[in-house]
Structures are given as C-alpha cells and as structure tokens.
Design a protein around this ligand. Structure first.
Ligand code: SF4
Length: 558
C-alpha cells in the first residue's frame, strides 16, 4: 500500500480540528446537489443543527468546473421542480441538432433527422455554462446553511480502524525547496461522520480509495477521454446561423482505430462552444489531444465557422467513459462517492450533469438515513447503492453498459456491436465486455503515426496561447504538484520505449523535453488540472496531487 497523500503535509505541527457532520470534497454539481438535498432532508427531520461542509480547491466555486455542455434537465428538475422560476442559468434551448462526418480532404456528410444517431439527438435540452450552474447551486446551498470553503484543497483522507473519519486539507506556504515560508499555514484536520468524495474525474483521494480498498473489486478499470474546449466569439452571420444548434462531428482527424469526436454548440448569438474529445486508450505514444483539436479546427468545415472570430476561453478535462461496469461500489465505511468520481457519465449521449445531480441526491438520502440511525458504517450507507440500482440513473447507464468497451477494437467493430446493443437492451454481442487501464495500451514510439499540425496564432493557437486563455495560475514558489515517483524511469526506459509521451499528451505544455536535455522540465503553473498525465503515463510514474489553495485554471462562462 502506498502512503496516504496526507504524508505530503508537515508532520511536526499542531493542526486545527474542525468537527462537522458531513464533509463534501468538491463543489461541483454532484457535491452541491448532495449538500442541498441533505440540508433539506435534515431540516424536514428537525435535525437542522448538523453541519454540512463543502471544501473546494478553487478559490471561487465554478473556477475549476468545465463541461461542453448540453444538459438533460431531468436531474435539475428533480432537485428543484421550480428550477426555472428560481433563476437557474438556463442557457440556450436546443432548437436543432445533427451529426456530421468530416471527410479527410474537406467537406462533410450531414446526418440529420432520422439519420442522426438517436443518442446524439438533443432537441429541448439546454446548452449551459457549468461554471454558472455550480455558482448558482453554491448560492442555493449557502441559503440552506451549507458552509462552502473555497481555496481549500484536500491533501488526504483520514482513517481510523479502517473507517474514513474525515480529511486533512493541504498545508500552504511551503517553498519549492520544501522549507516553510513566513506565510506557512498547516492544513486542518476535518472530522466527519460521513465524507462525500465529489472530486470530479480521477480525484486524487478517490484514486487512493480505488487502490487501497475493495471498491473496485469485480469492476472494469475506468477508461477515460480527454476533452479540449474553447469558446469563440464569432461573426454575426455565423452566430445567427448556429444559435440554438447542436452539432457533433466524427471522422477527420481520427483514423478508424481511434475513439473520439467533437462538438459545435451555438450557445449565444455571438458565441460558439467548440470542443474535441479523444479516448485515452488510443495506442499512439505521440497522442496529443490538443494537436488533434487544432487539426479538427483546420478542417474547412470548422474553419469556415471560426473565420473572422476569436477565441476567448480555453480549458481541458478528462471524462470517465467506462460506464456502468467501471463504476466503483459507491459507499464504504464512513464515505460515499458521487458524480464523476463515481463514474456517473453516459459516454454514448455525452452527458453526465443530470446523472451527477441524481447521484448527489441519492447519496444525500442515504446519509440522512444513516445519520438518523447513528450508523455511518458501510452497512449503514448501503441504501445509496440500493437506491441507485433501482433508479432511472442506473437504467440509463445499464442501457449503454457495453457501449464504450465495444470500441476498443476500432470504429467498425464498435459500430457493429453498438447496432446489436440497440436491439438487445444494451447487451450487444457479449454479456459483459472486459476493460483495461488506458495507459496499458500505449505502443512503442517507433510505431507512432501522428504528426503535429502547423499553428497560425489565428484559428490554430499553440498550447501556451491557450493556457493563457484558461486563466491558469499557481503560486510559483511551491513544490510541483506533479510528482514523478521515479525520475530514472523517465530518462532511461521512457525515452527509449515511448519517447516521453508526457510532452505530447499534456494539453497545457507542462512537461518539456528540450532537445538534448536529460531531464524533464515541469512547468507546473500551466496545469489546468485535466488529469491526463495521471491516467496516461505508461509506467504510472506521474501522480497528480493538489497544489496550494487557489492554484489552477480560472474558468468563466465555460
Ligand atoms: Fe493535465 Fe497533467 Fe498537464 Fe496538468 S500536468 S494540464 S493535469 S496533463
């Protein structure tokens, strides 16, 4: 067993103790929905004196939240039946939608109406900014008495006799060389009856739980994709043409072995949300999600939409694509897992917000019961898993249970299996397809076929220009939050076998191997917290841990 990440904090200091009833790690849709629903349930039960604390690493709620995003309103309508009247940021309603296959030489094939794959039809759904949504949810939670601490990254999970009893926040004021600065502040010891892991995708705490506890026993390893997003201000003509439209594309620049695709959403009369997602089980050691995004933007069909416009925001984030069989057991002694941490994403429909909200609500109901019964053990919290298995959220993910794994053998095999899944209630050609960790599929660099695109600083920005648009910033004088467990692997085996793929797969130019260098340069302050490196490193040699509070991207309107 590797040490708990708490070992990154100082040992010889007095820590403030903060006892609460429920500690929620992560102020995203799942964590805040859990907090809101739980506060209401406790109030109904006359138990409103309990403390619900939400900790988030972003200075302000929403700054680290990123999604496409087209929302199925089912989740928010359950959390707040009067969501529209309450002032929920409803965004733009989808009026028209289609899919397009981009041809390599230019041009595209449009699949509209009955030709559009049913899972990509979005009429009536809402194009939203998830930043604005979580900010709104945070306000609703605070009105119900929930305490939200922004800028409090969590360093590790606290255990007693095998039970999760809370978390420890990260120390701040440590210099790059490990010495304590005048601003040094030890992290807090937060004690909680129940800890809710709502860290989002590939959370550094949940990763340890997956490794050290039995929550992944009998499950497929999670498989991920990396999503790259920009918001563009476009010409009035394009804005008018695309407003209210949702387009998903496949084809160029991907080959038949790669799983991925893109979106163009007409989110306002002068703005487009555009993005590209690539499955991280892609085998090429030079896989560069940002470069693929740039190539996609250079396709004449997409370039025509962007011509005359300018990008105003950039971000990147991984998504958990594995589906039902990759979800962990959702509860244990003293804890539950919700949202992306619990694998609540439907990769086929490209949607997870409604599932995240539902998971938060189901977890809240189980926590309320457990607190009332005075039993927050694994057994006491088991009603969360039971109610999930009986819910519409499970039914939705069950329908696509073999979807993503069917594409591991390429587009043709995946499409055939997916067609069979449509008429067999989601089963497909086999009852349960096995999974694998994404980093296991990488092939030697000698077999790489990928080429870098050209950049023109107009439609095709390089990574550093895009990082600027993400607002990413970190305190420079702190230890890097990207831990390289054994640097000798990088300089010896990795250089030879895989050509140091970190310099390619990171969408924020954090890892650099200048010509002739014998060690990696880590530009940690560029990091947009997407988690690709933690997933893709072929030797599992890179570990992403939380930086000092406030560090990271500053997503606005994303
Ligand atoms: Fe993503 Fe890792 Fe690069 Fe940060 S360093 S942007 S987490 S790949």
């Amino acid at each position: 067993m590797k040490p708990n990440l708490i070992s990154l904090n100082a040992k010889d200091v007095e820590r403030e103790e903060l006892p609460v009833d429920v500690c929620i790690v992560g102020a995203g849709t799942a964590g805040l929905s859990c907090a809101i629903h739980l506060a209401r349930l406790l109030e109904e039960a006359g138990d409103q004196d309990r403390t619900i604390l939400v900790l988030d690493k972003a200075e302000e709620v929403g700054h680290h939240t990123l999604s496409g995003a087209v929302m199925d309103p089912r989740g928010i309508a359950e959390l707040f039946p009067d969501w529209k009247e309450r002032g929920f940021p409803v965004g733009t309603v989808v009026e028209d939608d289609w899919a397009e296959v981009l041809r390599p030489g230019g041009g595209s094939i449009k699949l509209k109406g009955l030709l559009c794959p049913p899972q990509l039809r979005n009429h009536g759904n809402h194009m939203i900014s998830l930043n604005e949504v979580v900010k709104w949810l945070g306000g609703q939670a605070e009105e119900l008495g929930v305490e939200i601490y922004g800028g409090f990254p969590v360093a590790g999970t606290r255990f007693e006799d095998g039970k999760v009893v809370g978390v420890q926040t990260r120390d701040s004021g440590i210099a790059k060389d490990g010495s304590r600065k005048a601003t040094f502040e030890p992290g807090m010891d937060v004690s909680a009856e129940v800890t809710v892991f709502a860290e989002g995708v590939r959370g550094s705490l949940a990763k340890n739980l997956f490794r050290d506890l039995d929550v992944m026993d009998g499950r497929n390893p999670q498989t991920y994709g990396t999503g790259i997003k920009e918001i563009w201000e476009v010409t009035p003509e394009v804005g008018k043409e695309m407003h209210g439209k949702v387009v998903h594309t496949g084809g160029y620049p991907l080959d038949m072995k790669s799983y991925g695709g893109s979106w163009v959403y007409g989110i306002a009369e002068d703005k487009l949300s555009i993005g590209f997602v690539i499955g991280l089980d892609q085998t090429d050691a030079k896989l560069d999600p940002h470069a693929l995004f740039v190539q996609w933007k250079q396709h004449p069909r997409i370039a025509k939409l962007l011509e005359g416009g300018k990008p105003i925001s950039y971000g990147a984030k991984c998504v958990p694509e594995g589906g039902y069989f990759s979800q962990p057991r959702l509860h244990g002694d003293g804890f539950v897992m919700v949202g992306d941490t619990g694998g609540f994403l439907n990769a086929a429909t490209l949607k997870g917000i409604h599932l995240s909200i539902k998971s938060g609500m189901l977890a809240a109901e189980a926590i309320a019961k457990a607190l009332a019964a005075g039993d927050t053990s694994k057994e006491g919290l088991a009603s969360y898993q039971e109610s999930y298995e009986a819910s519409w959220a499970k039914a939705e993910l069950w329908k696509y249970r073999n979807y993503r794994q069917a594409f591991t053998k390429g587009l043709v095999a995946g499409t055939i299996d997916f067609a069979v899944q449509q008429v067999t209630g989601g089963r497909g050609l086999v009852a349960r397809r096995p999974g694998h960790s994404d980093h296991e599929t990488m092939e030697p660099v000698a077999q790489s076929r990928l080429e870098k695109p050209g950049y023109d600083d107009r439609l095709s920005m390089d990574k550093l220009t895009d990082v600027y648009l993400s607002g990413a910033i970190h305190e420079e004088d702190q230890p890097a939050h990207l831990l390289v467990n054994d640097p000798s692997i990088c300089t010896d085996r990795c250089t030879r076998e895989f050509g140091n793929p970190c310099q390619h797969f990171c969408p924020a130019a954090v890892y650099e191997w200048p010509e002739g260098s014998t060690a990696v340069t880590i530009n940690a302050s560029n990091c947009v917290h997407c988690k690709t490196c933690d997933i893709m490193d072929p030797y599992e040699n890179i570990e992403w841990v939380v930086p000092e509070g406030g560090g990271g991207p500053k997503y606005l309107g994303m």
